[in-house]
Design a protein around this ligand. Sequence first.
Ligand SMILES: *Cc1c(COP(=O)(O)O)cnc(C)c1O
Length: 342
Amino acid sequence: MNRMINLISDTVTLPTPKMKEFMMSAPLGDDVFADDPTVNKLQDMMANMFQKEAALFCPSGTMTNQLAIKCHTNPLDELICDHYSHVYQYETGGYAFNSAIAVNPLIGRNGKITAAQVKEAVKPVYDWLPISKLVVLENSCNKGGGSYYQLEEIKPIQSICEEHSMKLHLDGARLFNVLVETKEKCADYGKSFDSISICLSKGLGAPVGSVLIGDKEFIRQARRFRKVMGGGMRQAGLLAAACIYAMENNIERLKDDNNRAAQLGEVLSRLDYITTVRPVKTNIVIFDLIDGLTANEFIDYLKTRNILCSAFGPQTVRFVTHMGIDDQSLEQTIQVLKEYKY
Ligand SMILES: *Cc1c(COP(=O)(O)O)cnc(C)c1O
């Protein structure tokens, strides 16, 4: 009953022995010459899955998002997103640094914006305004507590984008946590977005790697920008193999992570030292503590009981479930939460 339970993020997963074995047996080549068969296999697999022309393996989801922004915009353009978006909050201001564009962060609900909001945000063309060029949606939405869009909400946003010659990018870092819930098809996502970024290093359990998906010309350009950012990797098949393994073995089990998060949310909502739990939709649980109890205090306490998690505000805490959290870890966590007295 005394092991460490790490709820900080679904990025903390370690490669399993089977994944490592698969990595070690992958055929390799030099991917800067597009000559690594395993990288090529992963890219083809992802492109086919989403029924897009091409894909590009990258070291991180930050890079795949940044490449998409770079390829879809010119300096002095503007990107529209929810104010909770990763591209706005957690990419070091890369939209400005890499692409010299402005951002128009909208206040949505739990990280989700509507077609009406996007329509209103599109700027008229004047010398003194940036040009609205790109919309980025995040699915699931991390800071929104793992909330998600369904395709029927995305379609009207796509129409607004088409109407105003704007591109639509999906930050799908945790898209598969959504798809195991909605049962929507990857191909329909492919049809709805100009580009898609998927993280394999989160719930899917690969140690490193994200994939950017789009049409041929877009990926050709992204490849050049990946190189100038220093993201051209040589025998990257070693890592791509882990991603192939993750895609082939770890998608369905994301449903377990979502279910365990729901159980945590259920327990948390009945505890008297917690005021609100954001609706739990996938594998993220965000909750607020009562007045007088700070997130740091609570997190320090949990640490003494072998539970690690992170603050999401002065009185806000986040739990993320993943393949390292089994039923025993869940039971142990629930026990500790119930025992806490403020
Ligand atoms: C994790 C994450 C990313 C990418 O993060 P990296 O750590 O750079 O791989 C992008 N978007 C969202 C929503 C994320 O949660």
